[in-house]
Design a protein around this ligand. Structure first.
Ligand code: ADP
Ligand code: ZN
Ligand code: ZN
Length: 728
């Protein structure tokens, strides 16, 4: 750029705009009336032949862009609330740490509705009962239960729609149309907290140990049912009392309407905002704006909620902090747990990581004193005992159709006593593969390096990785043999087997497939709760947070699959999952029993599990990781490339290796290799791992490296960097 062009522009005011374009740069636009007050505002700008929405992150006089090429901002959306400086700093941190350009980071942190030029949802109103509404309440027939519930709710005064339960909210438009309710300006209410229990001594000590102010990480490590939830709800109440806001992150499958309803019941009057990717766009944007404008007390959400703007953030809670869903696996590959800690630090707020099985990284920090460790050793309900976990040696008791005799017997006993049993198997479908015994053909996916799963209920073969589905072939596509055989078993097959063994029992399968049906997950769980089922068959969708009062037996099938996976995190995940599902047994006065079918009853993982000794297990895992040089003793990043052509992807990685900056031995770069699922959806995927004992040294290396890679031409190849990867 010549000095002349700079001079020409010395008077021009330029808005530097972050756009969702995968380049490590901001885009300059001429904006004569812009001031530094516009930083954080959304702006509509011309981009190529289209218009785009971006965020103004800086206002400067002059630009490196030649004046004739500098285009004008179309509009800065000044009527909208601006993103505060702290939020932009947080986005900058995420961009720096994950080496992802700021534009995509900012735009993808916004709810989808705010990424485009569509009008934003109107500010909230409160709904009040009208005269006709009062009359309707008196005359409306009983069977209109949902309408009645809404009207009854409003009979005591106007209510903010955010405080309504999902079923109540679903009735709003009908009631408005009927003239039974009307919208008004919202009324400020005071949040209250309804404690469900007086905290026991352990819980009180735990709550007391979390300072009300100032940054600090607390690990709330308590056995399932120890009342961790009650502890953190109390901490939220304390934060709200002083006018602060709380951010609560929960795993993907834990955030159900039931959880939202529970929060509303426990915090009447509080302005609760829910943030998930599954919710309607407008609702998500409205909640986000409420948070931005300080009209939210609690933000409850999945990983993406970590980006909710909260100016008065006073507490961060991450429930089930070890859960894999906190790591985003595409776009900005962030860890919401790690970013939650970063946010808490800049807000000078405490953060609480809750788990019965903390990730070993977190556990390591707790042991080393960097985090504060608080343990809850006992179940909160005094009569409830931890379930007895027993290993069922498949060597001594061979399985028939997947079930060993002692497990069948134990299920029979439960049925005789009118109790429930759960058979857990983390594999959907009927059988993981269909095969031809004559020629060796297997039902491989044409787009992935994986087998297609037999779904007998829908007479389909489905790939669980790319979603490809087609009908079950009548005969072997290779040799014409009509007798194809399903190998292995999934939940559907176990469901069938159980129905045959126990013809009088009601068997209910709860997995992602059955939950997609008309009843939905809530409907299925409702049936289980109402004891309309005697035997539940389920995947991990059932493992978390659900309490079934009369469930006294959990049988686990195929647990061994997690023992020998190549991923060094497999053991930890396996333990967490088994402990979680074991925790479903015997929640109340009835004692619970867990039977795990295994070929390796002496495996240390199982031995720790039987003793309910997660701490011991985690320590042994940490010792192994230290010896082998894995996280948390090493820091890692994976550079990945994908292409329709495997050789192209690998060639890119080899070129990248040649571009790697010198690190004087501080960073080890491993050779390119295919990913463990080498082909996905028709793309061939390779990766190379960078490792260092020093996080800052690794960061310096990655900054320089990605700088060079962005400058490279990579035609036909898509690449990305994954810092602190969790999947290989
Ligand atoms: P966790 O989250 O640790 O698994 P929960 O918070 O779900 O445990 O609590 C388990 C059960 O114990 C719940 O039914 C809850 O209502 C009950 N509970 C919690 N605290 C107490 C208490 N102090 N006294 C009696 N019951 C309690
Ligand atoms: Zn064949
Ligand atoms: Zn596939």
């Amino acid at each position: 750029m010549s000095d002349d062009s700079r001079l020409n522009l010395s008077a021009a005011t330029v808005a530097r705009v972050a756009l969702d374009v995968p380049l490590p740069k901001l885009f300059d636009y001429r904006a004569d009336d812009a001031t530094r007050d516009d930083i954080g505002a959304r702006a509509v700008v011309p981009f190529g032949t289209k218009r785009a929405v971006g965020v103004v992150v800086d206002v400067a006089s002059g630009s490196d862009v030649a004046p004739e090429r500098l285009r004008r901002v179309e509009r800065i959306l000044r009527e909208e609330p601006r993103l505060p400086a702290e939020w932009l700093d947080f986005a900058r941190f995420a961009s720096d740490y994950y080496h992802e350009p700021l534009g995509p980071v900012i735009l993808n942190a916004l709810p989808p509705r705010l990424r485009g030029p569509k009008a934003l949802p109107a500010p909230p109103r409160a709904f009040a009962l009208t005269g006709p509404g009062r009359a309707a309440l008196a005359t409306l027939p009983r069977r209109n239960a949902r309408q009645r519930a809404l009207l009854e709710r409003l009979a005591h005064g106007p209510v903010d729609p955010a405080e309504l339960s999902p079923p109540e909210r679903s009735q709003l438009s009908r009631a408005l149309e009927s003239g039974w309710i009307e919208a008004r300006a919202p009324v400020a209410t005071r949040a209250r907290f309804i404690a469900a229990h007086e905290l026991n001594a352990e819980q009180r000590a735990a709550a007391g140990a979390v300072a009300a102010e100032g940054f600090g990480v607390t690990v709330l490590f308590g056995v399932t049912g120890s009342g961790k939830t009650e502890v953190y709800l109390g901490l939220i109440a304390r934060a709200l009392e002083t006018g602060g806001q709380a951010l609560v992150l929960v795993p993907e499958i834990a955030l159900t309407p039931a959880l939202e309803t529970a929060f509303r019941e426990r915090f009447p009057g509080a302005r609760l905002v829910v943030q998930t990717s599954a919710m309607p766009e407008v609702e998500r944007a409205a909640g986000w704006l409420a948070a931005l404008e300080g009209r939210a007390d609690i933000v409850l959400g999945t990983r993406l909620a970590v980006f909710a703007p909260l100016a008065r953030l006073a507490l961060v809670v991450v429930d089930e902090e070890q859960d894999a869903s906190f790591k985003q696996q595409e776009g900005l590959r962030y860890s919401a747990r790690d970013l939650a800690i970063v946010r808490a630090r800049s807000a000078k707020a405490p953060v609480v990581l809750c788990s019965a099985t903390p990730s070993v990284e977190t556990f390591h920090h707790a042991l080393s004193g960097r985090y504060r460790l608080i343990e809850l050793h006992h179940r909160a309900v005094p009569e409830a005992r931890l379930p007895a976990i027993r290993l069922l040696d498949l060597g001594a008791h061979p399985a028939r159709e997947g079930l060993a005799a002692p497990l069948v017997e134990a299920i029979g006993e439960r049925l005789a006593r009118g109790e429930q049993a759960l058979v857990f198997l983390n594999r959907r479908g009927y059988a993981p593969v269909l095969a031809c015994p004559a020629c060796g053909w297997v039902s491989g996916c044409t787009r992935c390096s994986a087998n297609m799963v037999l779904h007998l209920a829908d007479r389909e073969l489905r790939c669980h990785h790319c979603g490809l589905a087609h009908g079950v072939p009548r005969a072997c596509p290779q040799c014409g043999n009509p007798d194809l055989l399903p190998f292995g078993r999934g939940t559907q097959r176990i469901e069938t087997t159980l129905a045959e063994r126990f013809p009088k029992a009601r068997v209910l399968r709860i997995d992602r497939d059955s939950a997609r049906g008309r009843a939905g997950l809530e409907g299925l769980l409702g049936r289980a709760h109402r004891r309309e089922a005697d035997i539940l068959v389920g995947t991990q969708i059932l493992a978390k947070g659900h309490h079934f009062g009369r469930l006294t037996l959990v049988g686990v099938i195929n647990a061994d699959a997690g023992l020998f996976a190549p991923d060094y995190r497999a053991g930890e995940r396996s333990f967490a999952q088994l402990q979680q599902v074991a925790g479903r047994a015997g929640r109340a006065e009835l004692p619970g029993e867990v039977l795990i079918q295994t070929r390796y009853p002496h495996h240390p993982l199982y031995q720790s599990l039987v003793r309910h000794d997660y701490a011991g297990f985690a320590k042994s895992v940490l010792a192994e990781r230290e010896k082998a040089g894995f996280p948390p003793f090493m820091f890692e990043a994976a550079l990945r490339a994908e292409s329709r052509d495997a050789e192209r992807a690998l060639a890119f990685l080899r070129r990248a290796a040649a571009l790697a900056p010198a690190s004087e031995g501080a960073v080890t770069l491993y050779d390119p290799a295919p990913m463990s699922l080498a082909r996905l959806g028709g793309m061939e995927r390779g990766q190379m791992l960078a490792q260092s004992a020093s996080r800052p040294r690794l960061q310096i290396f990655l900054r320089e490296w990605t700088g060079r890679l962005y400058a490279e031409r990579a035609s036909g190849v898509r690449w990305h960097l994954d810092v602190d990867p969790t999947e290989f």
